[in-house]
Design a protein around this ligand. Sequence first.
Ligand SMILES: Cc1cc2nc3c(=O)[nH]c(=O)nc-3n(C[C@H](O)[C@H](O)[C@H](O)COP(=O)(O)OP(=O)(O)OC[C@H]3O[C@@H](n4cnc5c(N)ncnc54)[C@H](O)[C@@H]3O)c2cc1C
Ligand SMILES: *[C@@H]1O[C@H](CO)[C@@H](O)[C@H](O)[C@H]1NC(C)=O
Ligand SMILES: *[C@@H]1O[C@H](CO)[C@@H](O)[C@H](O)[C@H]1NC(C)=O
Ligand SMILES: *[C@@H]1O[C@H](CO)[C@@H](O)[C@H](O)[C@H]1NC(C)=O
Ligand SMILES: *[C@@H]1O[C@H](CO)[C@@H](O)[C@H](O)[C@H]1NC(C)=O
Ligand SMILES: *[C@@H]1O[C@H](CO)[C@@H](O)[C@H](O)[C@H]1NC(C)=O
Length: 573
Amino acid sequence: MMFQPTLLLTSALIFPGGIGAQNIAIIGGGISGSFASKYLVSYDVNCSIDSISIFEAMPATRSANVTIAPSDDWQGSRVSSVRLRDGSVVELGASIGYEGFHLILDMIRGDSSIKLGKPYNIGTSEVDKRIRDGLGIFNGHGEWNLLTSREFKIISKLKLLWRYNYDLVKLSKFCRQALKKFADVPSLLASLEPNTFFASPDALWDALGLKKAVHSSFDDLLDALALPSEVPWYKRYIPYQGSLRSELLTAINLVNYNQDNSQVNGIVGLGSFAATTGSLFSVEGGNHKIIQSATNQAISISLQQCDGKAQVQQVPKRVSTVVGGSATSFSLFSGQEKLGNFDIVVIAAPLQQAQIEFMVQSNFDKAVLQPMPLTELVDPDLRETKDGHAALPTRLPDSAFRPYTQVVTTVLANATISEEHFNLSQEQLPRSVYTTSKGKASLHNITAITQLSSKGLYKIFSNDRLDGKVLMNLFGPHHVVEYVKFWGGASGGATPDYRGRGSSVDFLLYDGAIGFDGNTVSGALYYPNAMEQSSLACMEISAIGAMAVAKLIARRLRLIMETQTKERNRDEL
Ligand SMILES: Cc1cc2nc3c(=O)[nH]c(=O)nc-3n(C[C@H](O)[C@H](O)[C@H](O)COP(=O)(O)OP(=O)(O)OC[C@H]3O[C@@H](n4cnc5c(N)ncnc54)[C@H](O)[C@@H]3O)c2cc1C
Ligand SMILES: *[C@@H]1O[C@H](CO)[C@@H](O)[C@H](O)[C@H]1NC(C)=O
Ligand SMILES: *[C@@H]1O[C@H](CO)[C@@H](O)[C@H](O)[C@H]1NC(C)=O
Ligand SMILES: *[C@@H]1O[C@H](CO)[C@@H](O)[C@H](O)[C@H]1NC(C)=O
Ligand SMILES: *[C@@H]1O[C@H](CO)[C@@H](O)[C@H](O)[C@H]1NC(C)=O
Ligand SMILES: *[C@@H]1O[C@H](CO)[C@@H](O)[C@H](O)[C@H]1NC(C)=O
């Protein structure tokens, strides 16, 4: 061990600016992986990183072909769309962006070829004058809690205010405060202050003053705000009163997470609510263009910085094994095929979906592989080592292995929604049907029905695949099933199963380099998706995870240094 300090000093002498050639692997080319590549090259102004390889099992560079059924054994990016025979494009996963998506919007602004459109746009320029409007919350058995269709926006707002009154005011106020704190994320991540190099999602939420909302269920947060789950007795005699909590708030969490207020954590609930109060967008021609653009921006910045050298590479391969060497690098494999050696690996996909075996070579016999102890990093001075690795690793929490929530997206054409089943005439039906818990249970576990065009194009979210009889009852005998995307199975799922709280693992999952000061360079495995497991799951959060990780890597590679300027003060919400 004695020689290590000298070694590091020598390398510092040879490479006064950075630390020399480094090969980085990013596993996963969704939002997290593509954004990480752009952020990494943006730090690497002197082109000191040797290579950045993005491995993606199922590249989503364009919309899926409607005539080819999606693969059931590999899910792919959760931002993806399908192109129908008439040329319209329907989002299958992430469809809606929110005005508070600062990093996503920044990326979009970096590319003049991306056009922002209205939510649920199908990429056609013609205006659909006969498309319905508004939102309805269905409570099952012909009963509607809320209907805002065919009204001017201002009346809808008044209607909401009348029905939910003080609850709505209180939650809106709280949500505005939370959003103001959340808006600090880009500047915190851009800062070089020592306390802005967040080791974990928890550290970030703590700095924002939002940690409490992450660690409790949304129900607990609503209890703390004294929002009732039923209409209180003294309001029962006033017409048209409802419970914000069991109606609108439940419905939006079911739509976005397929989990109710007790199952999601506080920050998820606030995020879902925020999206009902601000303006929304969707990229014309498909949100996957954001991913494509992030990678293209990374490639073009890097070509400029590296005098035309191909630093960033996209590799259409599924990584199946990561082997940590006894020294400081990783070997990646796709089945039997060796993909190369890498100093730093970013795993930009949920661990429970990536289907990767993480191994390390034994120090005693390099031919012997043992499971890599994926742990939170402990102080190297404190940890006992056995075989060169922590003897008592901090185990990853259960939440790191729990399967994600299953959702099925069904796209129907030529459908006529049943007036009888929904107890409304075609004129009265809203564009989006959401459900309460009771409504969902009575509606074959459907959580959303959205009309995409007045020609009978609909998108449905449900727990399970919907059988033909059910679809016939709800959407008439002439409906055509255009496409069904299953978000689930062994390598899939839509959002983390929160069980009432976010959980946090560090961004640094494994550190193979046990050097002096714990201040080593190679051999690190980073995990941006820790972010969605700690908090909410949306495109912006994936971008935040990517930026937080890119910043830690940049510090590790000495592309940036911590600089102390001033103290930040913060208060907990
Ligand atoms: C039905 C649905 C609706 C949603 N609605 C919204 C919404 O309206 N707004 C919103 O903001 N968000 C929404 N989301 C959430 C959003 O899609 C995700 O939070 C976000 O896209 C996650 O991006 P990611 O890159 O972190 O992960 P992923 O999109 O899961 O990307 C991981 C990538 O890694 C690849 N990969 C995994 N393992 C390997 C391996 N071993 N080797 C190679 N490649 C691998 C996968 O193929 C995949 O492309 C929705 C999600 C779903 C499923
Ligand atoms: C979709 O697939 C079909 C059948 O394989 C093919 O004929 C068609 O050209 C494809 N469409 C597009 C847009 O690629
Ligand atoms: C249908 O809606 C009407 C109000 O428009 C309501 O009075 C009636 O009870 C509903 N029917 C059922 C079966 O709930
Ligand atoms: C709805 O989901 C619940 C819980 O997963 C399940 O018990 C129930 O059978 C489902 N109902 C239908 C109609 O599929
Ligand atoms: C679409 O529905 C209409 C009735 O609404 C029917 O006449 C027509 O045949 C259907 N088209 C297809 C392609 O099924
Ligand atoms: C890049 O190179 C310039 C000029 O040699 C140097 O001043 C700067 O510190 C370097 N930046 C990094 C991040 O290494």
